[in-house]
Design a protein around this ligand. Structure first.
Ligand SMILES: [Cu+2]
Length: 296
């Protein structure tokens, strides 16, 4: 994360970078106090005050940007508050009975135009860098199609011929190692240390595929496919998320469970999933489908 922060904030001032580190330390300390800093906790925690621990390069960059913006916005707010307090006291009626008639001051006007522009450019550079980083879906290792439905998710592995639905586990069936309102019957299983391209679409109303720790939030529309990628880091881990677009009465009951497995465990899951969730042959190669031929 330190490396990402270094390169990510490359054009920011050293001052901001130091502030960022101080803030990150502060947040880590708070999280530790709240018991929310566990490296394995890719889920919301009670009384959580900060973002979930970032997983993968995208989430690390997004968290670094968030931390930097928090420093910027705090400094600006404190500066404006200090000015307000100063003028309220210094220029109060009793202390300043004959107010100045000055209405223009060229130097100050230039400063209050140029300084905000410089700050905005300083914010825009890392922001655009992250946006363009997010946009690189070419170097991914595998593709999964995600379809939002009222009110469950459907996951399709087109290269492996697998498709299955993923429903929330009801309260009555919840196991000791599962989390109420977050665990599902069939999680989205991915190999660790992989870049996965997600093709996200909808089947009825608007949904949104949101996994905070992986920093992915993409709308799922009917008739449109949104493309995004996730950078699944090393380590056996579960990343929880939810639909975060209000999509009907059971909107709160269509969680997302992304389960990252070591390669050998993923292969074992894949072979059993090929039997359990195999796509219909007709679905892969419709027998009635006739492709156009140049020889006709
Ligand atoms: Cu939804």
């Amino acid at each position: 994360m330190a490396f990402a922060a270094e390169s990510f904030l490359g054009l920011s001032s050293g001052f901001l970078r130091d502030k960022c580190r101080i803030y990150a330390t502060f947040v880590a300390f708070n999280c530790a106090l709240l018991g929310a800093s566990s490296a394995l906790a890719a889920k919301p925690e009670p009384w959580q005050m900060d973002l979930q621990p970032p997983a993968g390069s995208i989430a690390e960059m997004a968290t670094d940007l968030h931390n930097m913006l928090l420093v910027v916005i705090t400094l600006i707010s404190l500066f404006v508050l200090g000015l307000l307090v100063y003028v309220s006291v210094r220029f109060r009626a009793s202390a300043n009975p004959n107010p100045s008639k000055t209405s223009h001051h060229t130097v100050i006007e230039i400063l209050w135009t140029v300084i905000p522009v410089v700050i905005l450019v300083g914010i825009a550079i890392p922001s655009f860098r992250l946006l363009y980083y997010l946009d690189r879906t070419a170097d991914t290792d595998m593709v999964i199609k995600v379809t939002g439905n009222q009110w469950y998710w459907n996951y399709e592995y087109p290269d492996d011929g697998i498709v299955f639905d993923s429903y929330m586990v009801d309260d009555a069936d919840i196991q000791a190692d599962q989390i109420r309102l977050l665990s599902v019957d069939n999680p989205l299983v991915v190999p660790e240390n992989t870049r996965v391209k997600l093709l996200i679409t909808g089947n009825d109303v608007m949904h949104s595929f949101f996994v905070p720790s992986l920093a992915v939030q993409v709308y799922a529309f009917i008739g449109r496919t949104n493309e995004v990628w996730i950078d699944v880091p090393s380590g056996k881990q579960i990343y929880y998320g939810q639909c975060n677009q209000i999509c009907g009465v059971n909107h709160a009951y269509m969680p997302i469970e992304v389960r990252a497995l070591p390669r050998d465990e993923y292969d074992a899951w894949l072979s059993s999933a090929r039997e359990e969730f195999a796509m219909d042959d007709n679905f892969i190669k419709p027998k009635t489908l006739k492709l156009a031929s140049a020889r006709q």
